[in-house]
Ligand binder design. Structure first.
Ligand SMILES: Nc1ncnc2c1ncn2[C@@H]1O[C@H](COP(=O)(O)OP(=O)(O)O)[C@@H](O)[C@H]1O
Ligand SMILES: [Mg+2]
Length: 637
């Protein structure tokens, strides 16, 4: 397969290789410059050092000419040559070289430090941005691909900043100095060089132009490969259980192949450059020697030293050119990475334009006043267009009216959802998997915005409520439990960062998690790593219930919160849950009907519609779907 590709004609896009349609834009360059310009002083010092070190390079050729024409040639004819002048010249040369070495060391160091600083800033910005992205972004981008913005893309950028840019700058300065020296030494020979230079520039442009899009494609495929690896690491157990190793490898091979093809293409262009440059360089050398010889012999306009120095210059002339063209590839690759980084930074953030905020309040009869101290009472502060501000006590009333919703446009998931949850009520959702239960709760906390209809929270349209405050007032136990690296104590405290140890333990007791936590060797200080791999699913659920409980919110959403807990433990948890739910509006989603039986309202969902609603008793009397569920005539899933 690899051999087949090697034979593929260059410039033709191999089948199955997706080329990204973004172009390398001046915008990306400008934006990168804005990061560099924050380090103006460093850049000036670096530029001076680069110029110094480049000039010392060129100086050696000039000194060669001086050495030959002023000292060696006269000394050849003389029987008693004076060597003091020559010694002085050589000492000066050593001094110049020392300056060159010190300045190269200095600029490389400075650039290294500066590029790390810029990278840190970029990573910070990316992470901050990532925290602001809507849930939708993570629905549509693989985690590995997002990760590779921080790893591969950032790394190519670092390499460019710390290596390619200074090298290119140094090459260009060297080149300029060489060209000037050439013109001074001999304009005739410079003309010859100019012709070759034009030839080379055409070649470089052709090559780098072609490889650019492949470097972009290479970065993209790298993201794909990373995404796949990440997915497979997470699903390693599933892969093994279903003996999918072969299939997984096949799929990986495909993605890896695409990456290899793009990398191959990109580098095929790039690596054809070096030998090409080398050959042109040799030709130039020969042509210069011939032309120089003819001019020297024919007109005497050029000295021997000038020709030697010129030949030397032409050697050092080739080096910066091939360096620039080589670094060009690095730059293009880094630009592709930068482009991806900036695309992430430019993603639409989750809008949070809600102006109704949550404030601590004192309630005195009908009068609500805002206050700074902790009162345990909260109110919604609602500024109006006419400058007045009203306060509404936070009670935890949730009303949905004719709500329609779709994750993907034109594929509705929820239809005409109506619900009325009075403060302190327990509302249950039952229905088969995929009926839309989780989706309803996603709308209450505004992970997603509805297409049509209204959701009111304490009588306020939730679109007007500041999202941070809205989520602050909701305690949510998500269907998928996520624990973070840290102790159990810290994981529970995630629900309320300023909770004391006592509050955390009280919440754990309420959720009935205290029992098993005490049994762990380190108790509450047990470290959790890798999403709590060493805990059972049920234990993880108990921790996440405690996490929601510690915040003491007026509204709780429990999405299958007890699904992995055995029935016996559940009846214990149930007791805790009942006290947890007391005085709060609670939305419960549960498979076990025993959990939902005592709810104030049970809603039966099917294909995104509420088909039945009522209390356990009422629904049983209806002899509908719920009745079937209870009598076992129909089972969930
Ligand atoms: N992020 C998403 N993007 C697109 N469709 C989704 C997403 N999440 C859920 N769905 C779809 O919405 C429907 C309802 O899902 P969900 O509310 O999770 O069901 P339930 O919680 O009742 O099992 C399902 O058909 C599911 O495929
Ligand atoms: Mg669900």
């Amino acid at each position: 397969m690899a051999q087949q590709q090697a034979k593929m004609p260059q410039g033709k896009i191999p089948k199955g290789v997706r080329l990204p349609n973004q172009k390398l834009e001046g915008k990306t360059v400008k934006r990168l410059l804005s990061y560099l310009l924050k380090h103006k002083v460093t850049i000036i010092v670096v530029a001076v050092c680069i110029i110094l070190s480049s000039l010392t390079n060129v100086a050696s050729s000039v000194f060669l000419q001086l050495l030959i024409d002023d000292y060696i040639t006269p000394a050849l004819g003389s029987t008693n040559p004076v060597l003091t002048g020559m010694a002085k010249l050589i000492i000066t040369m050593i001094g110049i070289f020392l300056v060159g070495i010190v300045s190269s060391y200095l600029y490389m160091r400075l650039m290294g430090v500066m590029s790390q600083k810029i990278l840190k800033e970029i990573r910070d910005e990316m992470f901050e941005k990532m925290q602001k992205l809507p849930i939708k972004y993570f629905d549509t981008h693989s985690h590995g691909d997002i990760m590779s913005h921080y790893t591969n893309d950032a790394d190519t950028l670092r390499q460019m900043l710390s290596q390619s840019l200074p090298q290119m700058f140094s090459s260009i300065i060297t080149l300029a100095a060489i060209i000037i020296t050439m013109i001074i030494t001999s304009w005739q020979l410079t003309l010859v060089v100019a012709v070759f230079l034009a030839l080379m520039l055409i070649a470089v442009k052709k090559v780098t132009g072609k490889s650019g899009k492949y470097f972009m494609a290479q970065q993209e495929s790298l993201g794909n490969v990373n995404g796949y690896i990440e997915e497979l690491i997470n699903g390693q157990k599933v892969v093994k259980v279903f003996n999918h190793e072969e299939k997984a490898k096949e799929e990986f091979d495909k993605k890896n192949e695409e990456l290899a093809q793009n990398a191959f293409k990109a580098n095929a262009f790039a690596s054809s450059l070096m030998p090409m440059m080398g050959n042109i360089g040799y030709m130039l050398y020969v042509v210069l020697a011939i032309v120089g010889g003819v001019v020297a012999v024919g007109t005497g306009a050029i000295t021997l030293g000038a020709i030697a120095s010129f030949l030397n210059l032409s050697r050092s002339f080739m080096q910066p050119i091939s360096q620039v063209s080589q670094q060009m590839n690095m730059v293009i690759m880094a630009m592709a990475g930068a482009n991806r980084i900036f695309t992430l930074m430019d993603e639409e953030p989750e809008v949070n334009d809600g102006y109704v905020t949550l404030v601590r309040a004192k309630i005195d009869g009908d009068k609500i006043t805002e206050c700074k101290e902790r009162t345990g009472t909260w109110a919604w502060k609602h500024p109006h267009g006419d400058g007045t501000v009203t306060y509404t006590p936070m009670k935890g009333e949730v009303v949905m009216h004719d709500v329609d919703f779709s994750y993907v446009p034109d594929k509705p998931v929820l239809h005409d959802i109506d619900l009325y949850a009075k403060p302190g009520q327990k509302i249950a959702f039952v229905g088969s998997t995929g009926a839309g239960k989780t989706t309803i709760t996603n709308l209450i906390n505004r992970f997603y915005d509805i297409d049509d209809g209204k959701i009111r929270y304490d009588g306020i349209n939730i679109n007007k409520i500041n999202k941070v405050d809205l989520r602050h007032s909701l305690g949510i136990v998500l269907q998928d439990v996520n624990l973070f690296t840290g102790t159990i104590m810290e994981n529970i405290r995630y629900g309320k960062l300023d909770a004391t140890d006592e509050e955390v333990i009280a919440a754990a007791k309420l959720a009935n998690a205290d029992g098993f936590i005490q049994m762990l060797p380190d108790g509450y200080n047990t470290m959790i790593t890798g999403d709590g791999g060493s805990l059972s699913q049920g234990q993880k659920q108990l921790i996440s219930i405690a996490r929601a409980a510690v915040a003491n919110p007026p509204v709780m959403i429990l999405d299958e919160a007890t699904s992995s807990i055995d029935t016996r433990t559940e009846s214990i948890v149930q007791a805790g849950m009942d006290s947890l739910m007391k005085g709060r509006t609670v939305f419960v989603i549960a498979h076990r009907l025993s959990t939902v039986k005592n709810s104030d309202v049970i809603m039966v969902l099917e294909h995104g519609r509420i088909i039945e609603r009522g209390t356990h008793q009422q629904l049983l009397e209806q002899h509908g779907k719920y009745y079937q569920l209870c009598t076992g005539a129909f089972e969930l899933e």
